[in-house]
Design a protein around this ligand. Structure first.
Ligand code: EPZ
Length: 421
């Protein structure tokens, strides 16, 4: 039983030095699920040590897949799939466990997965995933406790997504690799993680083109039997989080292992506030000359401003000169961090899907609670610059998506430590 912990942060230190970005959580999870499509073993490198990765490993093992994880390298042997049902306890622990649906349907013609349920940021329906599976000819049983699907061979289809859902694009793309004939996904998600999944599946022997654009074509093949190794792309949201950490503390940080075009919308918005960002090949240098200006943000599907950076930018703008408006267009309930930031002295008013943030001179440390992964990250960023000490509970949320977050911030000078409650 892991003990309950909290982070203690004493604010006021300018972050300086360099940090290296880990492999992307939202890329490694679909790649792990996609490994189910292969008949040969797959080696993944650059795997971050995250709770969500551990959960996905357990989900694969529950299906009979052998997974050997040493350091940042994971070897997956999907040759012995012996079950087509992810245990409910695992499915409820992480929404992304639903990413095994497409591969199981493609490879084995059926699956049974519990509804992951809503989480704190929204109801997280799966109607678009199921729309794709039905288009392939699958019969779906959806009793809202769990979803089961069966198909006697998938037929390629022309599928239009009502919304460019990342997970639905990934699930449909994976199932289509082994369907008969051609599948077209229209209004597809364009996130870098979709391109990464295409590259990974094509290395396995799939025939996919168009990822990164709004229309993806998949020509089904009989099997995926290439034995491969693949290094996962760096985490663009972790990159953005460290960029804001440097900016909010008026520090100067060199961030290594970055793909600048993956984080362009955040870079552009930070520059709009007055932050100086120098982009080199695989690194960015962030520095803040003085105070920063208020700006407006609307979260959008890629290449728009990423919803996963909304909480982090909100805490940054709570100390800007002027009033900013952040409109959250992706999730219907992603303002749970507002109450906690108000407790630190932020002036934020909610109006439907928009948050109106009036800059204040300083935040004040207190006891706050992380309600989800990115909200937790935002509270850490606030604690780095708040007067006095900030105690952050709900640290398990942070560990889902940030590896050794506090020790890497300490390397940059932050006064932060983890302690049992
Ligand atoms: C992925 O979630 C990410 N997670 C999320 O990151 C990210 O916020 C999200 O994409 C948007 O970029 C992973 O990749 C593991 P969606 P996903 O399907 O795929 C609605 C983080 O902090 N929708 O693009 O679940 C949905 O309700 C996490 O790292 C439907 O209506 O997101 C939401 O409003 C949080 N029907 C919108 O689309 C569906 O069938 C975007 O969801 C599917 C989605």
């Amino acid at each position: 039983m892991s003990c309950v912990e909290r982070l203690q942060i004493t604010g006021g230190v300018r972050l300086t030095g360099s940090v290296r970005i880990n492999g992307a959580k939202n890329a490694i999870l679909p790649l792990l699920a996609g490994s189910l499509l292969s008949e040969k073993s797959v080696v993944l490198e650059g795997v971050p040590s995250l709770i969500d990765v551990k959960t996905m490993k357990e989900a694969l093992e529950s299906l009979g897949v052998r997974v050997n994880w040493r350091g940042d390298t994971m070897q997956i042997d999907p040759s012995g799939i012996s079950s087509l049902e992810v245990p409910p306890t695992l499915a409820r622990r992480m929404r992304a466990s639903n990413l095994v649906m497409g591969p199981l349907l493609g490879r084995c013609g059926r699956f049974k997965v519990s509804y992951p349920g809503g989480c704190t940021i929204g109801s997280r329906p799966m109607d678009l995933h199921l729309k794709g599976f039905k288009a392939f000819g699958a019969v779906i049983e959806d009793n809202h406790g769990c979803i089961a699907a069966a198909a006697a061979g998938l037929q390629g289809a022309d599928i239009h997504l009502d919304f460019p859902s990342v997970g639905a694009t990934e699930n449909i793309m994976m199932a289509a690799t082994l369907a008969q004939g051609t599948t077209i996904i229209r209004n597809a998600a364009r996130e870098p993680e979709i391109v990464e999944l295409q590259n990974f599946l094509n290395k396995l022997g799939a025939r996919i083109q168009g990822a990164g654009l709004d229309t993806i074509r998949i020509d089904g093949v009989k099997k995926l039997d290439q034995e491969i190794s693949h290094r996962v792309i760096p985490d663009r949201i972790e990159t953005g989080t460290f960029m804001v950490a440097a900016a909010i503390t008026r520090g100067e940080v060199l961030i290594n292992n970055v793909i600048p075009e993956h984080i362009e919308a955040v870079t552009a918005k930070l520059r709009e506030t007055g932050v100086s960002i120098i982009e080199e090949d695989e690194r960015v240098i962030v520095a803040v000359p003085s105070n920063w200006k208020a700006v407006d943000i609307r979260t959008m599907p890629f290449p728009g401003f990423p919803t996963d950076m909304q909480p982090q930018m909100m805490v940054f703008l709570s100390l800007a000169q002027g009033t900013s408006i952040i409109t959250e267009n992706i999730f219907e309930n992603r303002f749970r961090h507002v109450g906690e930031l108000r407790r630190m002295g932020a002036q934020i008013r909610l109006e439907g899907r928009s948050a109106v943030i009036t800059g204040v001179p300083a935040l004040t440390g207190t006891v706050v609670e992380a309600t989800d992964l990115r909200a937790g990250a935002a509270l850490v960023l606030g604690g780095l610059v708040a007067e006095n000490t900030t105690s952050i509970e709900g640290v398990e949320h942070l560990d889902r998506g940030y590896e050794n977050f506090e020790s890497r911030l300490r390397m940059l000078g932050a006064q932060i430590c983890r302690e049992p409650i």
